[in-house]
Design a protein around this ligand. Structure first.
Ligand SMILES: *[C@@H]1O[C@H](CO)[C@@H](O)[C@H](O)[C@H]1NC(C)=O
Ligand SMILES: *[C@@H]1O[C@H](CO)[C@@H](O)[C@H](O)[C@H]1NC(C)=O
Length: 240
C-alpha cells in the first residue's frame, strides 16, 4: 500500500489537485509498471498537499515603537451654515431722570368774581381765583403773566358785558395793545372773548387792561359764578 504521514511537517489531503506522493529517499522507487498499476488500482485516492503553518515559525511580538512626530495641520474647512435666531433679551433698566430745568412748560388759568368799572386811569384786571398756575409765572398781585421762556404763547380772555355800558379791554404785551375785547352798550349783557398768539421774549409781561374813564365801560360779574377768566400757555419754546 501507499505510505505517507512521516514526511515534512504537516500533510494535508487535497482531493482535487493531482500531486506526486511524498516519500522517503530510501524508499525503493516502484517500476513504471508498478506506478501505472497503482494509479489504475487507486484512481480515487486523495492527493496530498503540504502547508506550513507560519504561526509556528513566527517569533515573539516586538516592543512598541516610539511615537512618531505629529503630522502637518490640515487645510481650513468651509464655513458652516448660519445658526438659528437666539431668544429675546430681558427688558433693560429704566433711564436716569431728566433735568427738571430742561422742562419748557408754562400755563395759567385764573378767574375773577368781582365786576369792574372804569376809572380815570387805565386798570390792570386783577384776578382772585387760580385754576392753574404752573409754574407760578402769573403774578396774582399785578395780574400779569411774566415770560420766563422765550417762544410762542397762546392767550385767551373771557368776560361778561354790563348792560347799557360799553365793554373795552385790551390784551397787553408790556405797554402795547395786542388785541381788543369790545362790545357796544346794549340792553342785553352777553359773554365776550378774545384769543391771540404772541411771540414773547424773556421778561415780557402779558396782562388785561380796562380802558380809562373817557370811554365809560365796565365788565360784569357776581360773586356766585366766575364770568371772567384769563388763560395762557406756552405753545412752542424758541429753539436756540
Ligand atoms: C497554527 O499554529 C497555531 C499554534 O500552534 C495554532 O493555534 C493554529 O490553529 C494553527 N493554524 C492552522 C491553520 O493550523
Ligand atoms: C417788557 O418789559 C420787561 C420788563 O420791564 C422788559 O424786561 C422787556 O424787555 C420788555 N419787552 C419789550 C419787548 O419791550
Amino acid at each position: 500500500m501507499f505510505e505517507f504521514g512521516f514526511i515534512c511537517l504537516f500533510v494535508h489531503l487535497v482531493a482535487s489537485i493531482p500531486q506526486p506522493p511524498c516519500r522517503r529517499c530510501c524508499d525503493h522507487l516502484p517500476s513504471p509498471d508498478d506506478a501505472a498499476s497503482l494509479r489504475k488500482s487507486m484512481p480515487a485516492m486523495p492527493e496530498v498537499r503540504t502547508y506550513i503553518n507560519m504561526t509556528i515559525l513566527k517569533g515573539d511580538k516586538g516592543d512598541r515603537g516610539e511615537r512618531g512626530t505629529p503630522g502637518k495641520p490640515g487645510t481650513e474647512g468651509s464655513q458652516g451654515p448660519q445658526g438659528a435666531e437666539g431668544p429675546k433679551g430681558a427688558k433693560g433698566n429704566a433711564g436716569a431722570p431728566g433735568d427738571a430745568c430742561k422742562t419748557q412748560h408754562s400755563a395759567f388759568s385764573v378767574g375773577r368774581r368781582k365786576s369792574l368799572h372804569s376809572v380815570d386811569n387805565y386798570q390792570a384786571l386783577i384776578f382772585d381765583t387760580i385754576f392753574v398756575n404752573s409754574p407760578e409765572h402769573f403774578d396774582m398781585f399785578t395780574g400779569k403773566y411774566h415770560c420766563h421762556t422765550p417762544g410762542i404763547y397762546f392767550f385767551n380772555v373771557n368776560i361778561h358785558t354790563w348792560n347799557f355800558k360799553e365793554t373795552y379791554l385790551h390784551i397787553m404785551q408790556n405797554e402795547s395793545e395786542k388785541a381788543i375785547v369790545y362790545a357796544q352798550p346794549s340792553d342785553r349783557s352777553i359773554m365776550q372773548s378774545q384769543s391771540v398768539m404772541l411771540s414773547l421774549q424773556e421778561g415780557d409781561e402779558v396782562w388785561i387792561r380796562l380802558y380809562k374813564r373817557e370811554r365809560e365801560n365796565a365788565i360784569y360779574s357776581d360773586d356766585v359764578d366766575i364770568y371772567i377768566t384769563f388763560n395762557g400757555y406756552l405753545i412752542k419754546p424758541e429753539t436756540k
